[in-house]
Ligand binder design. Structure first.
Ligand code: ADP
Ligand code: ZN
Length: 239
């Protein structure tokens, strides 16, 4: 079966989560967010959650072993058979080497935006406690303040979204995650996506992603695909 295994890269606050949600619906493959998995583990007070809590709340990367274990378990689930959109993993070269051993990666989408755009997106972000939907106090406000439009759940601001912790997350990104941009460029997997357009123009960002994703198919040659598996994930098939 044809799979579509995609990694999303980009600084905290660039909008990865929002774009990935849209792509997940379009291509019908799961959105796997390491941050969501970690926050869930922390909330449930699992062994991994207890180990990760301090790092997540302080804005530092959690140890590779912990996050890798979470992601490995998640990727084994049935819904990942046709592919996945991996948001927030890998975040270090060690993690990148691990994922390579588990899965063949088809494309790495690297979302790029100016510092100004990023800081604005981060500081106003609100998340639904129940369904994880992402809002923004100015750019994507919910209809009723503090309440999720989709499920009525309560919205909250992440504990790691204070100015001080945001600064640490940015430093962690620069030091440990940014090297992955070169890493994947050298492997010929990288596609830069301009993530500056405001949320009203989210289609501008998504169409760049669609273009990059359809290139995967072209580069591999048509003969590889049967008509039905092509339809299953082609950008225009779900419309
Ligand atoms: P963002 O991309 O907006 O910074 P995430 O929700 O992806 O936030 O991650 C939140 C926090 O979870 C990170 O600051 C880090 O502490 C932890 N985390 C998430 N993914 C990883 C990872 N792959 N490796 C180590 N830590 C991670
Ligand atoms: Zn909700």
């Amino acid at each position: 079966m044809r799979t579509l295994n995609i990694i999303l890269l980009g600084a905290p606050g660039v909008g990865k989560g929002t774009y990935t949600e849209i792509l997940s619906k379009k291509y019908k493959i799961p959105h796997i967010s390491s941050g969501d998995l970690l926050r869930e583990a922390i909330e449930k007070r699992t062994k991994i959650g207890k180990k990760a809590k301090k790092y997540v709340n302080e804005g530092e990367l959690a140890p590779d072993e912990i996050v890798t274990q979470l992601i490995k378990e998640r990727l084994e689930k049935e819904d990942c058979k046709r592919g996945f959109l991996l948001d927030g993993f890998p975040r270090t070269v060690v993690q990148a080497k691990t994922i390579e051993k588990l899965k063949k990666i088809d494309k790495v989408l690297n979302f790029v935006a100016s510092e100004e755009v990023i800081m604005d997106r981060l500081s106003g972000r609100r998340i639904c406690k129940e369904c994880g939907a992402i809002f923004h106090v100015r750019n994507v406000p919910p209809k009723v303040e503090g309440i999720c439009d989709k499920c009525g759940g309560e919205l909250y601001q992440r504990e790691d979204e204070t100015p001080e912790v945001i600064r640490i997350r940015m430093q962690e990104y620069e030091k440990k995650t940014k090297p992955l941009v070169d890493y994947y460029r050298k492997k010929g997997l990288l596609a830069n996506i301009d993530a500056n357009p405001p949320i009203e123009e989210v289609e501008k960002v998504i169409s760049q992603c669609n273009r990059e994703i359809s290139k995967i198919r072209k580069s591999e040659g048509k003969s590889f695909f049967t008509e039905s598996c092509f339809k299953a994930w082609h950008p225009f098939s779900s419309e």
